[in-house]
Every structure is written in C-alpha cells, then in structure tokens.
Design a binder for this molecule. Structure first.
Ligand SMILES: Nc1nc2c(c(=O)[nH]1)N[C@H]1C(S)=C(S)[C@@H](COP(=O)(O)OP(=O)(O)OC[C@H]3O[C@@H](n4cnc5c(=O)[nH]c(N)nc54)[C@H](O)[C@@H]3O)O[C@H]1N2
Ligand SMILES: Nc1nc2c(c(=O)[nH]1)N[C@H]1C(S)=C(S)[C@@H](COP(=O)(O)OP(=O)(O)OC[C@H]3O[C@@H](n4cnc5c(=O)[nH]c(N)nc54)[C@H](O)[C@@H]3O)O[C@H]1N2
Ligand code: SF4
Ligand SMILES: [Mo]
Length: 877
C-alpha cells in the first residue's frame, strides 16, 4: 500500500558524474533529503552508485556559507554585488577587457554556464572564460573537432548494451562511472560482451576484464596505430565508409611508421588486435588516461582513426565513446564555456558566427575573434599580473590545477578574486576577496547534459540555504550592475533556457549539429515538467546516433583521419626524479571532497591520501607498509601513506587527487605536478609526472579520534568524518616531551579528565580525554606506524572512555574493519569473518549473507579481490 504521508518525490539528476543518473528526492522533514534512483530515467533505470546513494548525507549544513562575505566580513547581497561589478568595471576601464577572467566549471548548470559565457564574450568582450573542463575534456573536444568537424559524441548508452566488445582505455569506469560499468557487466552476463582494459595500473575495472593491457604511460597512440595497421593489413577497412572520409592513406602511413614501444608484449597486442578486429560491434570508451596527456588530442584521434577506418561508428553497439567526467561537462561544451568556443558549437574564429551571435545577444562588445586564455595559461596570467580581476565559480583551482601551490599563491596575490561556492571552507575560497554563497544542487533548478547527450532537469526540492542564490543569479545581477540590465534580466532558469534554445536554431541554420530549437518556445510549466531528452531536438530530428549516414561536419561533409605518431610525455624520468607519478580517483570521493567528505560512510572507504608503490621499489627504498612517503618534484612535495601493491608497475606510483588543505594539507598532489599542456587542446598532463620518492622519516606516528574537527600543526595529518566525530592520522617530526600536555593542546581540551599510558622508550602514548566518563577525544602514538583498531575507536568516541585506553575493542564488540560496502556499511573484518565462518566462495554468497554489494554494486570488484585472497590463504594453510 502506498504511504500517503510521504511528500511526493521530485525527479532530479545526480550532481556528480557524467553518467547523469536520475534521482528521486524527498524532503525528510528535518532539513535533509531522502534519495533514491529514478526507475524511469534512461541513464540509470533506478540504480545509483555509492556516491549517489549517499547524497542525502552530504547536504552539509555545518560547512555551508549562509551569506556573502567580502574581505573577511559578512556583507549584504547589494554591497557584495556592487563591489564585484564595480571592481570588474574599473579593472576593464583601466586595463582593458582582457585583464579580467572567469574560471568556471563543468558542474555548473547549463543556464549558469550560458549566462557566464554571454557576459564574458558578448558584453565584457573578452574570451578569457575557461573551465575546469580544460583539465578534463579538452583533448576529447579537440580530437572530435579535428576528426568530425564538430564536438560530438556519436553514440548512446544503448550501445553499451549492444556491443560485443568494450575497450576501456584510460578509464577506471568501475569507480568513476559505476552505473555504466554495471551496465556493461549486465551485457557481459546476458550476451557475453567481452571487456578489454588498457591502463598502466590494475584497477577495479580490470576485475571482470577478459584482457588487461598494462600499457606504458602515454603509449596509447602507438597501440592504436598498431591496431590501425592491423585493420588495414587484415582487410578490415570499410571501403564504402571510407568514401565519407579524408586522410586515410596519410593516417595509415603514419601508423605504419610509428612503431614506438607500448610496454606490452607482442602476445597482448595481438590478442587486442584480434578481439578488436573480430568483433564487429566494438565500443572504445576513453577518459582521463587519454585526455590528460600532452598527446591527449592525438590519442583521441588515434582511437577515432580506427573506428572511422573500420566504419564502426554511429551504428548499434559501435563507436568511440568519450565518457564525460562532470555532470554538465557536455552542457558546458554546448554553451561555449571553453575559451576557444563561441556558443552552441559556433566558432569564435568564424566572422559570420560572431556577427550572428552578437546580433542575437544585442551585444555591445566586439566578440573576440581568437581564443582566450586556457586554464593553465590563465593562472600563469594571474601570477604575472596580466589578469587583475578573477571570478571562480563552482571549482577549486587552488587544489586541482597543476603546480597548485603556485596557483594558490597567484590567487592570493591577484588584486581582486571572487569565488562563488556553497562553502567558504575550501583552499580557494579561503584566499578570495569576496565569497558569494551559491544555492546547492538540491536547491536550484536547471538542466545538465550527460555523456550520451541526454538533457535532464535538476529540480529544486529544498529552500535555499541562508541567503544563498543560484549561480546564474550571481552572474546576472553583476551583469545588470555593470550596465547591461536588459540583457541580464531573467525571471528564472526557464527564461535562460528558452534564449539558449533559440540561439541553437541559429547554430542549426549554420549547419551545426547542436540544435535544440524545438524547445525554444517551451513554457515554464513544460520546462519544469521536461523529461530527459537527447539532442538534437528540432522539428525534424530527435536524439539518435550521429555519423552512421556518413555525414560529418567539416566543410566538405567528410570526416578526417589524422596522421599521428607517438610523442612521449613532456617530462621524462631522470636521476633526480626516477618515478612516474600517475593520479586519479577513489570510488567514494568526489574531487576536492567538499560534499562527499561530509558522509561518514563514504569517508571510511579510503580515509587518508596514499601512494601506491610496487613491492620491489618499496623494498629498494626501505619503505614498509603503512610508512609515510614523500613525493616531490622541482616545485612541490606531498606526504602520503604508503600502500605497497603490485597493481602499479615498477617505476610507477599512483596517488589520488582528493585531499586538500581542509582534509590533509600535505596530500595536495597537484602541488607536485608541472603544468605541461597538450599543444592542441591545452589540457595539462596530470598522469605522467616524473617525481622523486623517499621514505618520510617521522619522529612519531599517531591516530586520533575526536568529537570535533581539529587542524593540527604537523607535517602530516589527514582527517575523515565518522558518525561520532572525526578520525585522524598524524605524524610529527619533533619529539614530544609531555604527551598529556600535547594532547590537551592538540584537541583544545585544557580541562578535560585525562587517562593515559605512556611508554617513553617506544615514543608511545595512549591518551583518552573525557568528561563525566564520556570520551571527548583520544590519541594513540608510537615511533612506528601505529597499530590500533581504528574502526572501533572511530565509533567509540562519545561513549564510555574507560575501555578505549587499550586501543582495542572489548571482546564482545568486534571491530568491523575498514568499510568495503558503503551502501550497507560492511567492513573488511566482518567480510573476512563471514567468509571463514560460513565458507563463502562467491560475491553473490557474500551478498546473501551480509547484503554487501547488493545495492549499487560498486564494491563488487573489491569483494572479488577479498574472496580471492582469503581463499588463496586458506588453500595455502
Ligand atoms: N568516484 C569518482 N567518480 C568520478 C569523479 C570523482 O572525483 N570520483 N570525477 C568525475 C570526473 S570529473 C572525471 S573527469 C572522471 C574521470 O574518470 P577516469 O578517467 O576513469 O578516472 P581517473 O582515475 O582520473 O583515470 C583513469 C585511468 O587512467 C589511467 N591512465 C593513466 N595514464 C594512462 C595512459 O597513459 N594510458 C591509459 N590508457 N591509461 C592511463 C589511470 O591509471 C586511471 O586508472 O570521473 C568522474 N567520476
Ligand atoms: N593531478 C590531477 N589533477 C586533476 C585531475 C586528475 O585526474 N589529476 N582531474 C582534473 C579534472 S578531470 C577535474 S574535472 C578537476 C576537478 O576539480 P575541481 O572542479 O576544482 O574540484 P571540485 O571539488 O569538483 O570543485 C567544485 C567546487 O564547487 C563547489 N560547489 C558545489 N556545489 C556548488 C554550486 O552549486 N555552486 C557553486 N558555485 N559551487 C558549488 C564545491 O564546494 C567545490 O569547492 O580536477 C582536475 N585536476
Ligand atoms: S554513477 Fe553515481 S555519481 Fe555518477 S551520476 Fe550515477 S549515481 Fe551519480
Ligand atoms: Mo573531470
């Protein structure tokens, strides 16, 4: 029976990755949300991954910014907006339009993004608007444009259901697009789809793969060149389809001449080519292992060359498939949010396009005819004083750009910096002059476009937090105050969307692919009710795949195969920096963690920053498990926890990107990475950085739990939320004479009751601070990496102080161990015990026994791994 007391669910879209899953949201009556998957959304049919399932826990009242702030104090909206508009106007007057810049984000809604682009390119008259998509999708955009004459993802998600072979290259889909990965696994079960993973690391995505190719970092071009050579040699070229293309001969000649080493065995390469050529229906999915490279655009074209040559594009189960990272990475490309695009896939360099857009916007400024500053250059220009006023929206560049410490210093020294964010507790917001409170995703309305061109609505379900306002409103209010009231007066997002859809008709009339003009007269009620819908959306065309008909978007209507050959990563290992640092994502965290770190269960999957290093390398460097490691380059260093694993090859190390000044100041991995960019796309190389690696010699190591967050002054600390407060890893480089006094000042608890066991000889201490017998905080230290029952202690704070002093759970209270399944909160120790007690052999059996892995399925690869090693151990015993 239906529960009539529940408010109706509102359909919206998950604000994290580019899969673009539909969610059903309900107010829980306590200022929060309940979240479930939308069974009717074509991206996910009701399923959600661990991050999507935990959305309700990440609303973060305690970290939200409630009102505008300027120069460290709260101000009214009017004052804040006047200040921003005034400073931008003055800077432009004194130094010209190119002295200001916007740095925006693929997480903005299309309506926000559209207004930002219009304000900068049409009214300020500069192309200095770039986005974090430069760090993410730029190489794919460049590759698509070179091959297709347009930035189009040809295929749809249905292709994943209908393929015979799926190749993942530079994509850890199992962790980064989990719902698509689950979709592929279903295809594998139902129709036997084969999976190949090309990745220097063995990732969770390799778990179910038929073949893992541990490619040398940066060697995708020679591998796909080899494939193209084989396609030609084995008669797999589609001669009919080739008539729709140019450049095949030159591309093939370049491929044949390449021959650069790939780091793979001849058997592996042959197996790859055999499977690719023998399976007619093949989808090649690619992501940051391809894009984030100084040869990123060439890698994309090497992949596209193969699909074009074989004519495997735009038909069911076939095609190259660039998966987008952020929820609206695609929408940002459509509105022209990048410094080298105009709007609606129109081109800055094209005079007719510029004139049409200028007329349509009734724009006063001369629209620039050349690209503005791309992200890395933009922050170089901030550093050297060319940019004097900067507005950062919905992104955290002081953490996520290469040379992050230099970027942070540049922002600090810039004469005027505005940040629009939901919180002011970020590395970037902390150093801004003005911080404007943005409405969070569940409080605002608009549209996003996902990886397969499906436009979905985000709908507001909660009232705005404090005085927060949507990002488009920040921009429009500033635009009005800069003197352009008419152009920036919008009632709401529906107004903006209509204007945008009408502009897309102009693009369509120029022969562009991006055309949603059938929606240009949509009324606000229909906009509010809009179902997920895939573009193009015109009077004659709705959704579908591109290019099967051989019609491309270069002037002659043909596609282009490009001659590309291997270029090694820009920086090469040397005696000073012999290791190659690769970076990427964790399953349960989103980028700089401003939202996901608020969820205790997401935070317990991997609770601190780490460096994966091969056992032989670790042994050579005298690094033991759980030691700390220092990685460094010429301009920065990071201290991270050692994870010794043969998932990385010798000579390579891997670190996650998520930790910041808020959560682990030494874990800011982009401080180590140099801003070398792809010459075509401007995308920085963040996956192949030569670094020095050494053991970090700490005087002591510690683990702490506390009811309230703290910010210690130590060379290493990492903090994660728990349901009881926070848990922290610590390391110090000076000897502590009085541990009790140290603990009191660390937790700022001068008057708490204290009990302790001190072992000065071993540099060890166990200290519990309490009030009325209830633990407020506890600290455990040792000269060596500390062994205590972390997951027990993390939950015990706030409870009875006495048993905690041992650092071990009482016998009747088992320690669950680190979380593996975050949906049902199942820990490693619980899983190991169940495997042993109940003799479990399969992931399904584990699911039946503990529920682990039965909701989103994101932890299934780890469960397989645990089963494998547990059963191997048993066999050996
Ligand atoms: N959980 C989670 N999911 C996310 C995000 C998140 O923060 N957390 N972020 C979203 C965003 S914005 C993005 S862009 C996507 C990114 O999604 P992915 O691109 O899948 O993720 P990454 O971990 O950055 O990198 C993918 C893989 O590239 C491999 N790689 C490195 N160098 C090479 C190489 O030279 N060749 C090849 N073939 N592979 C290489 C790395 O080892 C890594 O496993 O994820 C999205 N989804
Ligand atoms: N070394 C290395 N560096 C990388 C990468 C890598 O793989 N390796 N990946 C790169 C990639 S692909 C990406 S996409 C970037 C991501 O990097 P960023 O975009 O810098 O990271 P986020 O944490 O997503 O930043 C989003 C910010 O927006 C805020 N926010 C949340 N909701 C709203 C809202 O509604 N409005 C506003 N105005 N703000 C909001 C959040 O609090 C947060 O501060 O990192 C890049 N950097
Ligand atoms: S796969 Fe997960 S993070 Fe991505 S959109 Fe779906 S629920 Fe959100
Ligand atoms: Mo991204």
């Amino acid at each position: 029976m239906k529960d009539v007391s529940l408010p109706p669910a509102i359909r919206s879209t998950c604000p994290y990755c580019g899969v673009g899953c539909g969610v059903l949201l309900r107010e829980d009556g306590q200022g929060g949300l309940t979240v479930s998957g939308d069974p009717d959304h074509p991206a996910n049919f009701g399923k959600l991954c661990s991050k999507g399932s935990a959305l309700g826990e990440t609303m973060g009242v305690e970290t939200r910014l409630a009102g505008p702030r300027a120069f460290g104090t709260g101000v009214t909206w009017d004052d804040a907006l006047d200040l921003v508009a005034g400073r931008f106007v003055q800077t432009i007057k004194d130094h010209g339009p190119d002295s200001v810049a916007f740095y925006v984000s693929g997480q903005l809604l299309t309506e926000d993004y559209y207004v930002a682009n219009k304000l900068m390119k049409g009214f300020i008259g500069s192309a200095n608007i770039d986005t974090n998509s430069r760090l993410c999708m730029a190489s794919s955009v460049a590759g698509h444009k070179r091959a297709f004459g347009t930035d189009t993802v040809p295929g749809t998600y249905e292709d994943l259901d209908e393929a015979d072979l799926i190749v993942l290259t530079g994509s850890n889909l199992a962790w980064c697009h989990p719902i698509l990965y689950q979709r592929i696994l279903r295809a594998r079960e139902t129709r036997g789809t084969k999976i190949i993973v090309i990745d220097p690391r063995r990732t969770a995505s390799c778990d179910m793969a038929d073949l893992h190719l541990p490619i040398a970092p940066g060697a995708d071009v020679p591998l796909f060149n080899r494939l193209l050579t084989e396609i030609a040699a084995r008669g797999a070229v589609n001669a009919d389809f080739l008539t729709n293309t140019n450049g095949f001969e030159a591309a093939l000649a370049a491929a044949q001449a390449d021959g650069a080493p790939t780091g793979l065995t001849e058997d592996d390469i042959k197996a790859f080519c055999d499977m690719w050529i023998e399976n007619e229906r093949v989808v090649t999915i690619y992501s940051q292992g391809v894009n984030q490279s100084t040869s990123g655009a060439d890698k994309v074209n090497a992949i596209l060359n193969c699909h074009l040559a074989a004519g495997r594009i735009g038909t069911p189960g076939c095609g190259p498939f660039s998966v987008t990272g952020q929820p609206n990475a695609m929408g940002g490309r459509e509105v022209g949010g990048l410094a080298n695009m105009l709007a609606c896939h129109l081109d800055l360099e094209n005079e007719a396009h510029r004139a049409a857009v200028k007329t349509y916007w009734n724009a006063p400024a001369v629209i620039p005819d050349a690209a503005g500053l791309k992200a890395v250059d933009m922050f170089n220009a901030v550093a050297d004083g060319r940019i004097k006023a900067l507005w950062v929206m919905h992104t955290n560049p002081a953490v996520t750009l290469p040379e992050a410490d230099n970027v942070r210093a540049a922002i600090e020294n810039c004469p005027f910096v505005v940040v629009s964010d939901i919180t002011d507790q970020t590395d970037t917001a902390r150093i801004a002059d003005v911080v404007l409170p943005a409405s969070g995703w569940a409080e605002k309305s608009g549209t996003v476009t996902n990886t397969d061109r499906t436009i979905s609505r985000q709908r507001s379900v909660l009232p705005a937090f404090g005085q927060a306002r949507p990002d488009w409103w920040h921009l429009a209010e500033v635009g009005k105050r800069m003197g352009w009231a008419e152009a920036f007066t919008y009632e709401g997002p529906a107004d903006i969307f209509r204007e945008y859809a009408a502009l897309s008709q102009i693009a369509g009339d120029f022969g562009k692919d991006f055309d949603i003009s059938a929606l240009k007269d949509i009324d606000t009620a229909a906009y509010d009710a809009m179902e997920p819908t895939r573009w193009p959306i015109t009077d004659t065309r709705q959704g579908g795949r591109f290019f099967a008909d051989g019609a491309f978007f270069h002037a002659d209507g043909k596609a282009k195969l490009l001659p590309v050959t291997h270029r090694a990563p820009a920086a090469q290992p040397s005696a000073e920096a012999p290791f190659i640092l690769n970076t990427g994502r964790n399953r349960d965290q989103w980028h700089t963690m401003t939202r996901t770190a608020l969820s205790p269960r997401l935070s317990s999957h991997l609770a601190e920053p780490y460096l994966d290093i091969h056992p032989t390398d670790a042994a050579d460097l005298g690094i033991a498990a759980a030691d700390l490691i220092k990685v460094s380059s010429g301009h920065g260093g990071s201290i991270l926890r050692a994870r010794i694993t043969d998932a990385v090859a010798r000579g390579q190390v891997f670190a996650p990107i998520h930790w910041t000044g808020e959560t682990a100041p030494s874990g800011r991995i982009d401080a180590v990475i140099t801003g070398n960019v792809d010459p075509v796309s401007g995308q920085p190389e963040t996956k192949a950085m030569p670094v020095a690696v050494e053991r970090f010699d700490a005087a002591w190591y510690g683990f702490a739990v506390s009811q309230t967050p703290i910010r210690p002054d130590l060379p290493y600390w990492a903090q994660a939320r728990t349901t009881a407060g926070v848990r922290m890893e610590l390391a110090g480089s000076t000897e502590i004479a009085d541990w009790e006094a140290y603990a009191r000042s660390l937790f700022d608890l001068p008057d708490a009751d204290i009990s302790s066991v001190i072992d000065p000889k071993r540099g060890g201490a166990r200290i519990v601070l309490s009030h009325d017998g209830q633990c407020l905080a506890a600290l455990f230290t040792s000269r060596d990496p500390i062994a205590v029952s972390r997951d027990y202690l993390a939950l015990a704070v706030g409870g009875d102080a006495v048993p905690m002093l041992t650092g071990r759970p009482p016998v009747d209270q088992p320690d669950p161990g680190p979380t593996v399944c975050s949906c049902f909160n199942v820990g490693l120790n619980t899983i190991l015990a169940a495997i042993e007690d109940q003799n479990l052999l399969t992931v399904d059996a584990l699911g039946a026994a503990l529920q682990a892995g039965t909701n989103c399925g994101s932890c299934k690869p780890e469960l397989t791994d645990i089963l494998r090693s547990a059963n191997v151990k048993e066999a050996a015993e």
